[in-house]
Design a protein around this ligand. Structure first.
Ligand SMILES: NC(=O)c1ccc[n+]([C@@H]2O[C@H](COP(=O)([O-])OP(=O)(O)OC[C@H]3O[C@@H](n4cnc5c(N)ncnc54)[C@H](O)[C@@H]3O)[C@@H](O)[C@H]2O)c1
Length: 318
């Protein structure tokens, strides 16, 4: 199999590159390093079946050059941060909507067998009922979610109009090794970095808002299942654990696992913050997927990685 992984030098993308390079598939990793890092994929550079392209999904001509002979595209490249989307809504739209349209259009022109599109649970907005299935209304209150809704609709349009084989993955909050722990990183990684350094987690608002945290190894299995699924899956599919945890509980779990004595600090709530997200994963289960990691198991594994490997890995000279 020859795969194009857009956003392949990012958090999730680099784990997928690992999976397929080690499997012996040919992987083309396209990333413009807006949020990704060479450190995430440097160890793959010596493999003959791995090619790294520093480029942009907004560059249609480039996509035409690299998508001619691929069997499948896993499309992850996106501006992923809610807070950045509030500051830069246009950039978010250009990357997440127009970039996705480019990927779909070139896939159509070159008859690519399968496109697996990374949507997100953020398209739903706060839960109107729980757990949230794929029919939950799409009420994202922020530009990031809105851009992902638009990208999803574009996927539907290519499915309906051209009969393309596009699957819309809706992972709930992901975490694990290589997730950014600074700037607009994931809360879980940032809390861990702060706790390890003896600093208290900073919580926006009450901390009673909840998320369904999914460990990266589980989502890699989910992508692999969908990529290899023998029949077309032309629909959105949720991937989560089905259990939500409040941000305040998450902060205390992390403080405990880091072995610190810290009290979380509360600051003003962020605009457009979603209050509750929890997945109904019945559809994914029917395909044979089951998450292996509860939040406690995943956090333990993540913090162990953070403690033992992170410093050495990131300290390697560039
Ligand atoms: N992390 C999560 O909790 C989560 C949850 C649900 C869905 N998702 C989706 O999964 C995908 C991957 O998320 P992630 O957490 O690995 O994020 P990430 O930011 O680590 O990965 C995205 C990658 O895309 C690259 N990129 C951004 N704009 C680009 C462009 N114009 N051209 C080429 N590359 C570009 C970035 O440099 C980055 O390496 C995203 O589409 C995201 O919306 C993530």
């Amino acid at each position: 199999m020859k795969l194009l992984i857009t956003g392949g030098a990012g958090f999730v993308g680099s784990h997928l590159c690992d999976r397929y390079v080690k499997n012996g598939d040919t992987v083309v990793c396209l990333d413009n390093f807006m949020n990704g890092s060479l450190t995430n994929v440097r160890h793959l550079l010596g493999y003959r079946n791995f090619k790294l392209i520093n480029g942009d999904i907004r560059d249609y001509d480039l996509l035409e050059k690299i998508m001619r002979d691929v069997d499948a595209v896993i499309h992850l490249a996106a501006q992923i941060h809610v807070d950045r989307s509030i500051i830069e809504p246009r950039l978010t739209y250009e990357v997440n909507v127009l970039g996705t349209q480019n990927v779909l259009e070139v896939a159509r022109v070159y008859d690519v067998d399968k496109v697996v599109h990374a949507s997100t649970s953020e398209v739903y907005g706060s839960a109107q009922y729980a757990p949230m299935d794929e029919n939950h209304p799409l009420n994202a209150p922020h530009p990031y979610g809105a851009s992902k809704i638009a990208a999803d609709r574009m996927c539907y349009a290519y499915i309906e109009t051209y009969g393309m084989n596009v699957c819309i993955m809706r992972p709930f909050n992901l975490y694990g090794p290589r997730q950014k722990d600074s700037g607009y990183g994931g809360a879980l990684s940032i809390f861990t970095k702060r706790a390890m350094g003896g600093l208290p987690p900073v919580i926006y608002g009450s901390g009673l808002q909840t998320r369904d945290y999914t460990y990266v190894d589980d989502i890699v299995e989910a992508y692999d299942l969908v990529v290899k699924y023998p029949n077309p899956l032309r629909e959105p599919i949720n991937f989560g654990t089905g259990v939500d945890v409040s941000i305040i509980d998450l902060a205390h779990k992390i403080i405990g696992l880091c072995g610190k004595d810290l009290t979380p600090v509360h600051v003003e709530e962020r605009p457009g913050e979603v209050q509750r997200l929890v997945a109904d994963i019945s559809k994914a289960r029917k395909l044979g997927w089951e998450p292996k990691y509860s939040i406690d198991e995943g956090l333990k594994k993540f913090i162990e990685w953070y403690r033992n490997y992170k410093v050495e890995e990131w300290a390697k000279p560039r």
